[in-house]
Design a protein around this ligand. Sequence first.
Ligand code: MN
Length: 131
Amino acid sequence: MAGELILVVEDNDKNRKLVRDILEFKGYRIIEVTTAEEGLEIACVQHPALILMDIHLPGMDGITAFKHLKADPRTSKIPVIAVTASAMPNEREVIEAAGFEGYQSKPISVKKLAAEVSRIIDAHPTPHMTD
Ligand code: MN
């Protein structure tokens, strides 16, 4: 399937453009924001099928944002892929322990990102919204 709405939370312009190009080429619809705070607001209102969450963001970081998403019944079922440069050796473990549905390391690989997005969207079919 294609056409699902994906929320991209990424403060780096180049990474955001790359992610946009990959996802639009695959036929997804995108909303882009540059802060976790905006991401939380948009997620509540737009109910994206998937969120790509940068971890290092100005203001709230991506792991804290993920915890907010999972604590809110309006957004708790939305799968979230963490996207980060694994500068810290234990960051991958922290991300896995937090419970993210997926993980992508930077620099972003076009093939790996496309495969991970489609795997996770297929595993989490969007329920029909009746409201
Ligand atoms: Mn960042």
